[in-house]
Design a protein around this ligand. Structure first.
Ligand code: ATP
Ligand code: MG
Length: 579
């Protein structure tokens, strides 16, 4: 693989039809001398996920490129599903990605203005109160091949509509008993234009406006008008809103307000990943994961906790590009950018996940009864990719831990690691040769005895003799123990949304997505790890400290998350399964 730092090009060199359109509008002065204005409009009904990162990079990134501004606007028109906790998490995540908004807005700030405009449409005979139930409205709507039928309430007088709508607002009617609809065209080939609902009655407490309102605007009515109030020039959204664009334009044209324009781009879809707040909420509510920020979640908070970085997410999103049709991106591509980022900046450390004792019989001993007290320090580079990261001293002694997997009493063919009579290198330390193994009652190795060659200090061959394997280790007397959490894909299917009749997406959950190791042994320098530090545990993978750690507590509890293995094991497993 090539050094992907050369692959990560400046985003401007990637063609992007959104950028082209903005450039064209600026050139032709479509909005006069007004600056480019965009918005990122999340509904505060869950935590942001990596799909939102794409929208954020486009909304903020393109505005930046043109010297424009971006608002963060909460699309809070569904009081029953929205919470302040989500608002706060969204702000944190947007900032984490490196952006700051111009104005912080809420659709709920515009409830008054939206209502005034609705009154205006009612008075102009362009909106009416309908007493049909939601079900009846659906039945009257027609299909793609058949026109809809008029509601019997469609031709109420403007006066009657005005009276009813005002009474809807004042709380006289029950939830669901009436709606306000735009009066457009029940025969339109576009179903969204068949008298769409503008307001519904909902006696619910809103996270910001409390009980002030009992009617709430629908997305289609609120969104475009909110854009217009904020003088948004380019309202970028995902492709599922393409069919809503005529309605977006219709409201703006009827009201004669600032002509914001909607442009659609493709949703980010990732293999083995579900990007739907509704489904992610279900995972949290049913305790299928521990929280929104569970490191297995594709949420930005989960990815942050897992050790992903904003820079890698940005490189990935830019590389995945934008399109006018929806596709699916391989998760391995995201992992590639993250590995590349970590490879350049992660500090190296040695950690043994499944410890097996290794005793060097001919190594100098401390005084009787304190044999393991003889210690020397070996110098180790903190990051071979970055000499400026410096070196550190790692204690080496007579008794060490190595990985269980790195020893086989009876080595299979092509097994080059430790086995009786075989010589290997202990990284940065010495050559050792296994001599004998002590086993438990079940015949499992519990202690391997070896001899070392003092002339190989630093891990260098004294006489040109070669060893086929280099292994990591930690000094038993100096090692610190930690809990290690290994993560795998949350879903077993490349497209988890692809379910059979009668099955649920959550049936595709990977039952082995989390493995907890409690007895790992780490080199002592890791006791000082900070949450923001990134590590490569040599030969094992990329890791970071989890906030569940309490290094200052009596137990000095340490928990490390595996961000990613060094190589993609999943690809290998799949290949084997296919073979
Ligand atoms: P979800 O289906 O996950 O709830 P949503 O589209 O309802 O997502 P919003 O809060 O409405 O989420 O989204 C805010 C913005 O993020 C919108 O402009 C939306 O188009 C965009 N967005 C959401 N998901 C993706 C995605 N997977 N890829 C790109 N943009 C996305
Ligand atoms: Mg939504």
């Amino acid at each position: 693989m090539t050094d992907s730092h050369t692959e990560i090009q400046d985003e401007r060199t990637h063609s992007n039809f959104l950028r082209d359109q903005i450039a064209e509008d600026v050139r032709t002065k479509k909005y006069g001398d007004a600056q480019v204005q965009t918005r990122f409009p999340p509904e505060p009904n869950g935590y942001l996920h990596i799909g939102h990162a794409k929208a954020i990079f486009l909304d903020f990134g393109l505005a930046d490129e043109f010297g424009g501004k971006t608002n963060l606007r909460f699309d809070d028109t569904n009081p029953e599903k929205e919470e302040t906790e989500y608002v706060e998490s969204i702000k944190t995540d947007v900032r984490w990605l490196g952006f700051d908004w111009d104005r912080l807005c809420y659709a709920s700030d515009y409830f008054g203005q939206l209502y005034e405009w609705a009154l205006q449409l009612v008075k102009a005979g362009k909106a009416y109160v309908d007493d049909l139930s939601a079900d009846e409205i659906r039945r009257h709507r027609g299909t793609l091949t058949e026109p809809g039928t008029d509601s019997p309430y469609r031709n109420r007088s403007a006066e009657e509509n005005l009276d009813l709508f005002q009474r809807m607002k004042s709380g006289e009617f029950a939830d669901g008993s009436r709606v306000l609809r735009a009066k457009i065209d029940m025969a339109s080939p576009n179903l969204n234009m068949r008298d769409p609902v503008m307001y519904r009655i909902l006696h619910a407490t809103h996270h910001r406006t409390g009980d002030e309102w009992c009617i709430y605007p629908m997305y289609d009515y609120a969104h475009g008008q909110s854009d217009s109030i904020e003088r948004v020039t380019h309202s970028m959204c995902t492709l599922e809103f393409t069919d809503h664009q005529p309605l977006y334009k219709w409201f703006i044209a009827q009201l004669g307000i600032f002509p914001s324009q909607q442009i659609e781009f493709d949703r980010l879809n990732l293999t083995y990943t579900l990007l739907s707040k509704r489904k992610l909420l279900q995972l949290v509510q049913e305790n299928r994961v521990n929280a929104w920020d569970d490191p297995r979640m594709p949420t930005l908070s989960g990815m942050r906790r897992r050790g992903f970085s904003p820079g890698a997410i940005r490189s990935f999103v830019i590389s995945a590009g934008v399109s006018r049709t929806n596709g699916m991106v391989e998760i391995e591509m995201l992992e590639h950018f993250q590995r590349d980022d970590l490879n350049h900046r992660a500090r190296r450390a040695m950690a043994v996940l499944h410890p097996l004792k290794l005793v060097i019989d001919n190594y100098p001993e401390g005084p009787e009864g304190q044999k393991e007290d003889f210690v020397e320090f070996v110098e180790v580079a903190n990051n071979p990719e970055d000499p400026s990261a410096g070196t550190r001293q790692v204690p080496f002694s007579r008794e060490l831990f190595i990985e269980h997997d790195d020893f086989r009493e009876v080595p299979p063919p092509k097994y080059y690691r430790l086995s009786p009579g075989k010589e290997v290198r202990l990284r940065n330390a010495y050559f050792v040769t296994a001599q004998r193994v002590v086993k438990d009652a079940q015949g499992n190795p519990v202690e391997v005895h070896c001899t070392y060659d003092p002339a190989s200090r630093g891990g260098n061959s004294p006489d040109g003799r070669k060893v086929k394997s280099t292994m990591h280790w930690v000094s038993a007397a100096h090692a610190i123990s930690a809990e290690i959490r290994l993560y795998d894909k949350l879903f077993t299917k490349p497209d988890p949304g692809d379910v059979e009749e009668g099955q649920d997406v959550l049936d595709n959950l990977n039952p082995n997505s989390l493995e907890i190791l409690t007895g790992a042994m780490l080199e002592p320098s890791l006791a000082n790890a900070k949450l923001e530090d990134r590590f490569q545990f040599e030969r094992v993978g990329y890791f970071c400290l989890d906030p569940d750690s309490a290094p200052d507590s009596v137990e000095g509890k340490l928990v490390f998350n595996r961000t990613l293995p060094l190589k993609d094991t999943w690809a290998k497993i799949e290949k084997k399964a296919g073979a």
